[in-house]
Structure formats: structure tokens, C-alpha cells
Design a protein around this ligand. Structure first.
Ligand SMILES: Nc1ncnc2c1ncn2[C@@H]1O[C@H](COP(=O)(O)OP(=O)(O)OP(=O)(O)O)[C@@H](O)[C@H]1O
Ligand SMILES: [Mg+2]
Length: 368
């Protein structure tokens, strides 16, 4: 059977599988019942109990809705056979020669068994789904712990390096401005001055990102509306999305309060949203959704970001949170590692899963 989520409704038993495993056996049992002479008590006893098979199978395939439907249909089919009189004159015998109390009890039992097996199967399915969700969560936490270790080492190295580069870079920028002033506007060398300044600025921006990544964030925790943080991040991502007519839609309910550093959380969401924009096709749709997750480990706020892009290549899944890992020609590969680090500071994490219908889904998980 396909994987079900805990709140996905069970299907009605009207599929091909139901025809083969439920309705056909019931038809055969009923026909056999009607065709068996009333002198064969023992055969009637067996046939009457054979109805339990499709009832139990229905519970496993279609839950309680399936088992009860099959039990009721079996009861209705069995009723005329159980209580209809034989049609030869003078006979007071029923088709099924067993005692009335037995037959009434059997019909009652069909429905009780359907109810109990249906309930048990549904409970088992819910427990299974919850366990599966916890396993996904445990894997994400485990991966985050490993990442954090690697990031800390790298963070220290890059912080030291960035710090050492920052001072000479400031001197270089000042010098470039001074030298630039001495080159006349009309000189062909002016172009090189432009390149010099442009590249120095690019280095500065890169350095800023390095430092943002390396600096341990001091969180300013506050109580904020989830919708506000999401809207802030969306506003920042919109200019890039508009360039490709990409729609960003949010379904965050009002009245959900998060305890977080709103600027940092918005930064996390922005990084995830920008990736979604960068990997979306033109005119694509990005959906942002809020979900409250409760399991044995605790309660969490989960913000989903879904895109319609190619999804994350499974080969890259282990590396995508690593600093400098990128598959985009113009990427630095720092976006997700910064986001992951910031979530770690919040004692949260980021999960990723490709959607069955195509595209990637990133989930930013924050303890509630
Ligand atoms: N929504 C997504 N769909 C498909 N792949 C993604 C998505 N988000 C991230 N990735 C993969 O993870 C890699 C790392 O992402 P990350 O944000 O860290 O870096 P980047 O976007 O490449 O560069 P930067 O964010 O630093 O500009 C991406 O290059 C891409 O391979
Ligand atoms: Mg990115």
C-alpha cells in the first residue's frame, strides 16, 4: 500500500483492488451459500464464517470505513439466505439450516469484528505515521549536529581570515578612490578604475557574507507574529521573484506567536526563499505555509517553503548545507549554511524533501 499521512482520509472500497480482494470473494461465498443444499450443515457453518476474511482484509486495505462497508454488505447478502424459507411446499426450513440465535449472532459479529479490526488498523497506521515523522526529524537533527561541528571549525578559520583581509581591503578601497580621482573622465584608463572599484566592492560584499557566517549570532529573542516574519522575508525576496514573474504566496494564519530573533529568522527564510526563486521556472509558484507539529519530542512551529523547480539532486543532499557548496554558477554556497547555523542558534533546524509532484520543499523548524 502507498504511504499515508496520518490525516489523509481512507479511500472507499471501490477500487480494482477492492473488487479483486473483497467483492469477488464475497460474491463467491454468497453464491456457494445459496447453492449448498440445506442437508450440508457443516458446509454452511464454514461458508458463514468465510465472510470474516474479506471483512478483515478490508480493514487492512481501507480502514474502518472499508471493513464496516464490507460487513454491512455481507450482512445484507447473508440475511435472505439465513432466514428465507425453502421454496418446496410444506417446508419450514431456512436455506441455512443453523439455529436462528447462531445466525443473528454471526451477523452481529460481522459488524463487531469490522469495527474492532478497523479501529485497530487505523490506530496502528497513525502510530506508524507518527513514528515515520519522528524518524525524519531525528535524521534532520543528527545531520544538523554534524553540520554544526563542521561549521564551527570553518567559522573560526574564515572569521580570522576575513578579519585579516578587511583592513587591507578598506585601505585598498580608499586608495582606489584617490587614484580614480586623478584619472580624467575622458581617459581610456577610466574603465579600469571602474573595474577596480567594482571588484573591490564585490570582495567587500563577499567578506560581509563570510563574517555573517563566521560570527556567532547574538540572538535578540522576542515574541513575534509568524505572519509578520514571513511577510518581511517575502517582501525582501519579491524583487528577484518579480524579475521572473514568480508568485510567492503565503498561507500563514494570523495569531501564531513565535519566540525567536525576528531578523535572524527572516534572514533564514529569505535564504530559503531566494533559493526557491532561483530554482523556480519562470511564472512558477512558491508557497509558504505554517504548520504546528506536535510529537513525543515536543511542539514545533514549522514553516514550509515549496517551489516548482527541479528539486534537490539526491547526490547533493548531504552537501547542500555545507559552506561553499553550490550548483549555481553565480552562487557562493553560503546561503543554506548560514540559515542552518542560525536555526541551530534557535535550537531548531531545516529539513528538505523533494515533493512527489516535483520541486523542493524546505521546512524551517523552530521549537515552540
Ligand atoms: N529550492 C532548491 N531547489 C533545488 N536545489 C536547491 C534549492 N535550494 C538549495 N538547493 C541546492 O543547494 C545548494 C546550496 O544552496 P545555498 O543557498 O547554500 O547556496 P547557493 O544558493 O548556491 O548560493 P548563495 O545562497 O550563497 O548565493 C544550491 O546550489 C542547490 O544545489
Ligand atoms: Mg542560496
Amino acid at each position: 500500500m502507498s504511504r499515508r499521512t496520518p490525516d489523509e482520509p481512507w479511500a472507499w472500497p471501490v477500487t480494482r483492488k477492492a473488487l479483486l480482494w473483497l467483492w469477488l470473494p464475497i460474491l463467491v461465498i454468497t453464491a456457494a451459500h445459496f447453492l449448498t443444499p440445506d442437508t450440508q450443515d457443516w458446509l454452511h457453518d464454514i461458508l458463514r464464517r468465510l465472510y470474516y476474511m474479506p471483512i478483515i482484509v478490508a480493514a487492512f486495505l481501507f480502514g474502518m470505513r472499508g471493513s464496516l462497508t464490507v460487513a454491512m454488505v455481507s450482512s445484507v447478502l447473508y440475511l435472505p439466505h439465513a432466514f428465507m424459507l425453502m421454496d418446496h411446499p410444506g417446508s419450514m426450513l431456512h436455506h441455512d439450516p443453523t439455529g436462528t440465535a447462531n445466525k443473528v449472532l454471526e451477523i452481529l459479529l460481522y459488524n463487531v469484528v469490522a469495527l474492532v479490526t478497523g479501529l485497530l488498523v487505523e490506530r496502528e497506521h497513525r502510530a506508524h505515521a507518527a513514528l515515520e515523522q519522528q524518524m525524519v526529524q531525528m535524521r534532520a537533527i543528527g545531520a544538523q549536529v554534524i553540520r554544526t561541528g563542521r561549521l564551527q571549525a570553518l567559522g573560526q578559520l574564515s572569521a580570522g581570515l576575513a578579519h585579516e583581509i578587511r583592513n587591507p581591503l578598506a585601505t585598498l578601497k580608499a586608495a582606489a578612490a584617490l587614484v580614480g580621482d586623478t584619472v580624467p573622465e575622458t581617459s581610456p584608463r577610466r574603465r579600469f578604475v571602474g573595474i577596480l572599484q567594482q571588484e573591490l566592492e564585490r570582495m567587500e560584499r563577499l567578506l560581509e557574507r563570510f563574517l555573517a557566517f563566521a560570527r556567532p549570532a547574538v540572538l535578540l529573542m522576542r515574541q513575534v507574529e509568524a505572519a509578520t516574519v514571513i511577510e518581511n522575508a517575502m517582501d525582501l525576496a519579491r524583487p528577484q521573484a518579480n524579475l521572473h514573474s514568480i508568485t510567492i504566496e503565503s498561507h500563514a494564519p494570523a495569531g501564531v506567536t513565535l519566540s525567536c530573533d525576528p531578523d535572524r529568522l527572516a534572514q533564514v527564510l529569505l535564504n530559503v526563499l531566494l533559493n526557491a526563486v532561483q530554482f523556480s521556472p519562470d511564472r512558477g509558484l512558491i508557497e509558504v505555509e505554517y504548520e504546528r507539529r506536535v510529537n513525543t519530542q515536543g511542539a514545533y512551529h514549522v514553516i514550509h517553503v515549496r517551489d516548482e523547480g527541479p528539486g534537490v539532486d539526491p547526490v547533493h543532499r548531504d552537501q547542500m548545507f555545507d559552506p561553499f557548496f553550490t550548483t549555481r554558477p553565480e552562487g557562493t554556497g553560503l546561503g543554506l549554511s548560514i540559515a542552518s547555523r542560525l536555526m541551530d542558534e534557535h535550537e531548531g533546524w531545516i529539513e528538505e524533501e523533494n515533493r512527489p509532484e516535483g520541486g523542493a520543499e524546505f521546512r524551517v523548524v523552530l521549537p515552540a
